[in-house]
Design a protein around this ligand. Structure first.
Ligand code: 9D3
Length: 237
């Protein structure tokens, strides 16, 4: 998969995309990342890409022309059609179903907004999928673009080890259902030592009784989900 990212801060992305799973995806040739600085498409001496909002109000608005020219140049650089995604607080809240849909595309063009917002006319002209990563205020769309990239590339075939893909294939172990909805929260995890600061690992996990372990884990998952995420229980099938 080719992932193009249009941003005012390309330098923010490089360490994140070269590390951990996104880094492995690139090193293995499963994903390529192409960063583009929207400011390089400013057509004025001062490299200005924002301006004051018509009608007044606080903050600055990202201008149409630099972003539009940036997207045209990105798309012209490779004939593969790109799925355009704008990261914006006005978007649909991103969930695993969006991630799965985007992981099936050959090429993504992710636009990280900044400032108060993007001029509505260039959004209309580009007609991107608009996504938010949740209802809290960030300084821009850069971190959301990285979140989306991480979530997508880990789904690309071959990126995760065999263990993980085998696990994803096993229905009972799947984290998400066919509609991309989270099923149950995970239960607690434990490793050595058996006692740490007077806290012991639950006896059942040391019992060697595999059936009892599975029953206990299931009960922990259900109880934790009831307490923390009751919205996940008793939903439409
Ligand atoms: C504090 C300013 N807000 C109202 C006066 C509006 C606002 C504008 C721009 C709030 C945040 C931003 C920058 N954020 C994003 O571009 C963004 C975002 C986010 O802030 N939260 C969750 N998902 C996303 S995706 C893009």
């Amino acid at each position: 998969m080719r992932i193009d990212i249009a941003t005012l801060f390309p330098e923010m992305f490089e360490p994140v995309l070269q590390t951990s799973i996104p880094g492995r995806a690139a090193a293995g040739g499963f994903a390529t990342y192409h960063l583009h600085d929207i400011r390089e498409f400013a057509d004025n001496r001062h490299r200005k890409v924002d301006d004051r909002p018509f009608g007044g109000g606080p903050g600055m608005v990202m201008m149409c022309q630099p972003l539009h020219d940036c997207v045209q140049a990105i798309e012209a650089a490779d004939p593969t059609p790109a799925t355009r995604v704008l990261m914006t607080p006005q978007g649909e809240r991103m969930e695993q179903r969006h991630v799965e849909m985007l992981a099936g595309r050959e090429r993504l063009l992710i636009i990280a907004g900044h400032y108060e917002g993007v001029d509505e006319r260039v959004i209309e002209a580009l007609d991107p999928i608009e996504l938010s990563i949740g209802d809290y205020v960030l300084s821009g769309g850069e971190l959301p673009a990285m979140v989306l990239t991480d979530a997508v590339v880990r789904l690309l075939p071959g990126v995760l080890g065999h263990d993980d893909s085998a696990r994803e294939d096993s229905f009972a172990e799947r984290e998400f259902d066919d509609q991309g909805r989270r099923r149950l929260l995970e239960g607690p995890h434990y490793t050595r030592p058996r006692v740490w600061n007077d806290r012991a690992v639950p006896d059942v996990l040391l019992s060697g009784d595999h059936q009892a372990v599975e029953a206990w884990r299931r009960q922990q998952m259900v109880e934790r989900t009831r307490q923390r995420r009751p919205d996940l229980l008793n939903r439409d099938p």
